[in-house]
Design a protein around this ligand. Sequence first.
Ligand code: SF4
Length: 262
Amino acid sequence: MTENVILGLTGNAGLRMTGDVVLRLTVKKKSGISLENKINYQKELEKETKKWSELGVCPTILLHCCCAPCASYCMEYLSQFAGLTAFYYNPNITDENEYRHRVSELKRLIDEMMREKTGADTKMDGIGGNETGLSAGMLPGNRIDFMEGEYVPERFYEIAKGLENEPECGRRCILCYELRLRKTAEEAAKGGYDYFTTTLTISPLKDAQVLNHLGQKLAAEYGVKYLPSDFKKNGGYKRSIELSKKYNLYRQNFCGCEFSRR
Ligand code: SF4
């Protein structure tokens, strides 16, 4: 039997946690968000990309990236249609060495993907700031830039306070998604991007319904479009594993925060 429990999330949204720890945002009049009906967000994404092709446009996307393995397929897929900036903002990775290793793997991946696309050396030096993988003669849709957010793990500890013993996919995780998506939405609005989105939906361990609803909520707040996705679908997750092997990417065995390491 499934027991539903309504849990507070933020001021105007809530979570319903079922006995088997599947999370759903509840319908809340103020938030305008409903999770009553499951939506296929991969299909929603395909509708958007089809629209771009029909209009002959190449939008810009700020793509929040959690790590190189997850970003690999998302970048391969989206760069067919759009100009990307891979945004590394993950204050939830509480071990600094782990954080540095993941960011350097993402940069190496972008270097290698860009070198393959262009035949040019696009090596990115140092960490932080905007760095471009664009080479002369490239189509904008092939472009993948890199941007790193501020690394302040205290931001994560603030939202995780009192939720240290939550299971993965519990309330701490939803607030952690929101922390990272909120910063991405803010930067996307500031930078004049057409869309923002996240690689987090590629993980079979993360609920795409929750992530997409958070994205839509933040889109309304910041006045920038959220690109819906469920990257794990249509063989996306499988492809990310193939790409991880191809580029010999570091694949961590825990999500990121110290509480996910136990
Ligand atoms: S387990 Fe992962 S998603 Fe959950 S709080 Fe930790 S780092 Fe964030």
